[in-house]
Design a protein around this ligand. Sequence first.
Ligand code: BG6
Length: 550
Amino acid sequence: MTVGRDPGGRLTYDEPDYGDEGGFRVAGRAEAGPVSPFGGARHPDPCSVVMFGVTGDLAHRKLIPALYDLGCHGVLPAGTTLVGYGRRELSDAQFRDLLQGAIDDHYGVEGVDGDVCRLVLEAPRYVQGEFDDPEGFARLAALLDELDRQGSRGNRMFYLATPPSQFPVLVEQLGAAGLARPGAGRDPDAACGWTRVVIEKPFGRDLETARELDRVIGQVFDERQVYRIDHYLAKETVQNLLVLRFANVIFEPVWNRRYVDYVEITAAETLGVEHRGPYYEEAGALRDMITPHLIQLFSLVAMEPPVAFDADAVRDEKMKVLRAVRPIPPESIADWAVRAQYVSGVVDGEEVPGYRDEERVAPDSYTETYAALKLVVDNWRWQGVPFYLRTGKRMARRVTEIAIHFKRPPVLLFKDAMASGGLQPNVLVLRVQPDEGFSLTIESKVPGHDVALQPVAMDYSYGTTLNELPFSAYETVLVDAMEGDMTLFTRGDQAEEAWRIVAPVLEAWAQRPQRDISIYEAGSWGPEAADALMARDGHSWRQPTKGDGT
Ligand code: BG6
């Protein structure tokens, strides 16, 4: 389905087909429906989607619009109901208005309604209760039984979109209310239904708390029921990385220490911390982005080929490479990690305040809004190849990319031709966002009598071949969880291993919060200390400009 706008600015949809069942498209009839990036139409089971934290920022900005978009894509089957559970007193109708508001905000127009909205909004339900109140959970259980009878067939997805401090109590209450068991519904026809719990990052705030969280979860749920979300893994080009590596023969032979010089993984944002000051003050860039997202991207780049494209095989290979990451030496953290905080500057032509002047941020905060990390991998494939990871808020440009820098040729034939600029080694850049696609720079001859060289980019942009990306990252994770596909979710042992990798850095930074923290101007590419981190190895960070394939 394509979403467009009419001349009045209202959203339009091409030919939605709702089938006969109360306004929902029937999954089994969605032959022409959207196709998974790995093939096959998506046919999730009907289920009750129970959302905790439904009045929060994440639900408002990402989850509700993603459910709505799944409705637009014709993916939600009849019998699927969104259930909100929260402390606020809301009627079902007020809850519906809240959902409508989130969808309107997302699309920037008021009153997005029409038939498509019915897919998400027709009959949402709301249960008021404290997170530690057994009676609230008993009311939730009764409602879920009712929904099972109406068509959710005993399938329940519990989505924990609350602050992480609430995860343990929610998990415990779900267990105590008997809601964690698969087929927990009391309707005998629904006895074979599934029960899954979807958990948002961060999974703990260090190795110890991650282990404790896993222990609590493990007492109530089986690991096969636990979906730890990393929405980065669901981004289209991240998935394409696996296809690029393992569905083509030309990349894998050079994907190793013989040919690769170094790898850069960047997630730069132009946004600041928005309304999330209190969360961010506790988290900082290393916990917020590097541990959950960039280390996962790193593992996809560096892992060995899996024996199959299934959850266990892929996650086993990722785990192996994470375990091969050399421990960062506590005595020389500054050679491996850099942190910094932005001061005021200009982003996208607008003056923006420094981090310490942001809403609900301490005026003397030392929380890092930028972090860079160097990793080395002690295995045969990658020995001696550094991986540099960096992320920052209020950077010069919003860009997430993986850049594989190849080595120079062993013999340089064109010394004279290179006199001007020198030979530029090949770089393969996978652009995760925006302008999704990839490019390979290669040296080429400048047309003419002389032999002069210049780098040119072979560029592939998703936008040129597809009118729209098939699914947003949150649509993908939601539908994968509904279908029981765990490939893109982080396993407990991987989350713990990521904390193991960053533990020495976190410890050193916590011991000396004021030491070694640099500043960078909002709208820049980060602090000088990060340039120095690369320069020590003879490298420098890329500074991608818009539409830059190189
Ligand atoms: C979240 C972080 O996980 O990812 C945010 O908590 C960050 O701080 C966001 O802004 C970035 O996601 P995306 O998809 O916009 O790149």
